[in-house]
Design a protein around this ligand. Structure first.
Ligand SMILES: C/C(=C\CNc1ncnc2c1ncn2[C@@H]1O[C@H](COP(=O)(O)O)[C@@H](O)[C@H]1O)CO
Length: 244
């Protein structure tokens, strides 16, 4: 049997038994359609997601990502705190990036948008879809978490992390890992809400640090405060190149 090429891929012997060509599949609308669900096709969709994200955010300017619970109710004090963060970051001329969802994300977008700032939402397609919140002025909906997470890191100069659940912890620890491994530099991470976060930091110090699985330097990358002005000042200092 003759060599068969599908683009750069060579197939011989029993690997080459398939006779249908890619252009036949493209042009023959009556052919099977399950090939569009294969991994090579998925890679193109992933690639497209990166291209869309890079294209939409390239001109964003200095930005801070704000994370926090999707479940924060509008009458909860944390909602007001998130709104204040969004507003004060916008007043300091930062674009505000959130996950585009409800709760604390919505509040931060609201604060930024109402202050006349750039309010960005990087949404994620979920089975229990809630869509981009109404205060997102520039939004992208992602299918893949990892593509979306790249956008948060690439287009932010720092993270403000409000009380949150598993999703928030994922975002926090991804950033901490990237800072710890020097994949990103001059990247402040602020935990806002001392009562909520103190227990986590105590565990990291008393268990992780004590067992030697982290170093004091790793803990020092995190700033814990209740003061929104302090959080914003840290972001401004980093933008000015003064992060100690
Ligand atoms: C739970 C509900 C809706 C979820 N919708 C979300 N939309 C966008 N981003 C989300 C959503 N849920 C989680 N995220 C991401 O994780 C973080 C919050 O997760 P947590 O587990 O609530 O801490 C957040 O920063 C997002 O990036 C219906 O209420």
């Amino acid at each position: 049997m003759k060599d068969r090429y599908t683009g750069p891929v060579l197939k011989r012997r029993h690997q080459a038994e398939e006779t249908e060509t890619t252009d036949q599949r493209l042009l023959d609308s009556r052919g099977p359609t399950d090939w569009v669900h294969t991994d090579p096709w998925r890679v193109l969709r992933i690639q497209a997601e990166f291209i869309e994200g890079f294209g939409a955010l390239a001109e964003l300017g200095p930005a801070i990502s704000v994370f926090g619970s999707a479940r924060t109710a509008a009458d909860h004090p944390t909602y007001a705190l998130a709104e204040e963060v969004g507003r004060k970051l916008a007043e300091a001329n930062f674009a505000v990036i959130t996950g585009g969802g409800p709760g604390s994300m919505e509040a931060a977008n609201k604060g930024a948008s109402q202050a006349g700032g750039v309010s960005v939402g990087l949404g994620i397609e979920l089975p229990f879809e809630s869509g981009l919140n109404q205060w997102v002025d520039k939004g992208i909906n992602f299918r893949y978490f990892f593509a979306r997470k790249t956008m948060f890191i690439k287009y932010s100069q720092g993270y403000v992390v409000l009380p949150g659940g598993v999703g928030t912890l994922d975002e926090l620890f991804e950033a901490l890992t990237l800072v710890q491994t020097v994949k990103v530099t001059r990247f402040p991470i602020v935990l806002l809400g001392t009562t909520y976060w103190q227990g986590l930091l105590d565990w990291m110090r008393d268990t992780q640090l004590a067992e030697g699985t982290i170093s004091q330097r790793d803990l020092d990358f995190l700033t814990l405060t209740d003061d929104v002005d302090e959080a914003v000042a840290l972001m401004v200092a980093a933008r000015n190149g003064d992060l100690s």
